[in-house]
Design a protein around this ligand. Structure first.
Ligand SMILES: Cc1cc2nc3c(=O)[nH]c(=O)nc-3n(C[C@H](O)[C@H](O)[C@H](O)COP(=O)(O)OP(=O)(O)OC[C@H]3O[C@@H](n4cnc5c(N)ncnc54)[C@H](O)[C@@H]3O)c2cc1C
Length: 445
């Protein structure tokens, strides 16, 4: 590694690797520090399948049209007025060109209508998923001369007079201090930081499954806030989905998501139902359930199905627990058997009494099945505020001279409380590109 660095990029998810390529292409000497090992490169972006792109007409990636103004309207709608308008407009504009930029830098997309991904006019799907996409970007970065340091965590940032003067990097048993001309923080949210989650959610945090990388701990975000950066969003706001409680505590990705809830009932640890399973039949119902699970006693619950319900439900990564009777199922799941039987009987009775009911079917066809459920955290909605040039704002007004941010670490400027499918990657890539170009320009100023 050379000692002089124009642009230091912290974090190698989509925002970081795109920022590094953009800065390098603008002529800067770029180093990217990634806390994870090489095989995990790409952070949470490895797990992503699609991204939201603006386009005026059908193209090689998507059918139909989804114009920049449609995307802007969607962002404003889900943000409920709490949105940085200048950034939202820049993102809507960037979402029109970032697909071509990614393709020019090696990313391959699925052709619409050919393959297994759902057909969407709003989102394009990576060919083979997020992992090949980030691998292609890393290959491009290495080829054009970005210095990539894996297993290298940024542990400290030193500020002087409104600018970063030195960064402490720890990796391979050594600690190094660098003094880059500019820094781009792309280290994501704080969802993998169990003690931070405990500060927010209390003991319930121990039930939360982190769906993505264990390295996204928010230590850079914390350092920036401690140094006086202005914050955006709410530390207690996060995107949750219902996941299989038997999956790994970290990095299970999308396969542990549970999508069978509308085909049966959900009971809490006492064996009681606590919400209407048939009220939300959208494919994304698992997100509503993620939040409910967090509020349930001990932040866990159980999806209970009969053979008929399981046969109609989308399949899941792990096979469900199976039993010939509800009593045996309850014992296998650690639920009170008599209470589960009573809950299912009550549910079946209530369905039979609703003449012409269209939702829900009685649970009576053996065998019975159960999935333990936990809230799976996808990302937090808390970060630093940035200006339209992606420079980090200071709490006491103004911006830091040589500090930029892109990706989930600043996503709450746009998405403070809700989410639009595919916007996480779009936001990382489009703002990463802008931050890389701005940081390179600034370094040469
Ligand atoms: C299971 C799952 C599925 C998803 N599916 C989709 C999808 O289909 N479409 C979509 O748009 N979004 C999806 N998302 C969200 C999407 O992955 C994120 O919005 C996006 O990856 C964020 O990119 P990023 O570069 O900002 O952060 P991340 O991808 O989280 O990367 C941050 C990187 O910073 C590194 N890092 C952290 N701290 C340090 C430090 N101190 N020093 C050095 N490096 C550090 C981490 O190791 C990590 O590699 C999904 C997320 C998950 C978990």
């Amino acid at each position: 590694m050379s000692s002089s660095v124009d642009v230091l990029v912290i974090g190698g998810g989509v925002a970081g690797i795109v920022a590094a390529i953009a800065a390098r292409r603008a002529g800067a000497h770029v180093r990217l520090a990634e806390a994870g090992p090489q095989w995990m490169r790409g952070g949470n972006t490895r797990h992503a399948r699609n991204l939201r792109l603006a386009h005026d007409a059908p193209d090689a990636r998507m059918p139909g049209a989804y114009r920049a103004e449609d995307l802007l309207a969607d962002m404003r709608r889900v943000a409920g007025g709490d949105i940085d308008e200048a950034l939202a407009q820049a993102l809507a504009c960037g979402a029109g060109s970032i697909g071509d930029w990614l393709a020019a830098n090696g990313v391959r997309f699925q052709t619409p209508g050919r393959g297994v991904a759902p057909l969407s006019h709003r989102t394009a799907f990576f060919l083979g998923g997020g992992k090949p996409a980030v691998s292609a970007l890393y290959a491009t970065a290495a080829r054009i001369g970005v210095e990539i340091a894996y297993d290298t965590e940024v542990r400290g940032l030193e500020f002087e007079g409104g600018r970063i003067v030195s960064v402490e990097l720890a990796g391979c048993g050594a600690v190094e201090r660098v003094a880059p001309a500019t820094v781009i923080a792309c280290a994501g949210g704080h969802q993998a930081n169990r003690s931070w989650l405990r500060e927010i959610y209390g003991p319930r945090a121990d039930s939360i499954v982190v769906r993505g990388s264990p390295h996204v701990t928010g230590n850079v975000l914390r350092a920036l806030i401690d140094a006086g950066a202005r914050t955006a969003g709410d530390p207690a706001s996060a995107h949750f989905v219902a996941v299989d409680g038997r999956g790994p505590a970290f990095d299970g990705g999308i396969v542990t998501r549970i999508e069978c809830i509308p085909y049966g009932i959900v009971v809490d640890v006492t064996g009681a139902r606590f919400a209407d399973e048939g009220a939300d039949l959208r494919r994304t119902h698992y997100a509503r359930w993620g939040e409910r699970l967090l509020e349930a006693p001990r932040a866990m619950a159980f999806s209970i199905l009969d053979a008929d319900g399981l046969g109609r439900a989308p399949s899941s990564g792990l096979a469900p627990v199976q039993a010939d009777s509800l009593e045996s199922l309850a014992m296998a799941l650690g639920l009170p058997p008599a209470r589960l039987v009573e809950t299912v009987s009550g549910y079946n009775r209530s369905l039979r009494s609703q003449v012409g009911a269209v939702q829900g079917r009685p649970l009576e066809t053996r065998p019975f099945y159960g999935y333990p459920l936990r809230p799976g955290i996808t990302f937090t909605r808390y970060g630093v505020a940035v200006d339209p040039a992606m420079r980090v704002r200071r709490a006491d007004d103004g911006v830091y001279d040589n500090l930029f941010a892109a990706g989930m670490i600043m996503a709450a400027n746009i998405l403070p409380r809700a989410y639009l499918a595919g916007l996480g990657v779009t936001l990382g890539a489009a703002f990463g590109r802008m931050a890389g170009e701005e940081a390179a320009r600034h370094a040469f100023r």
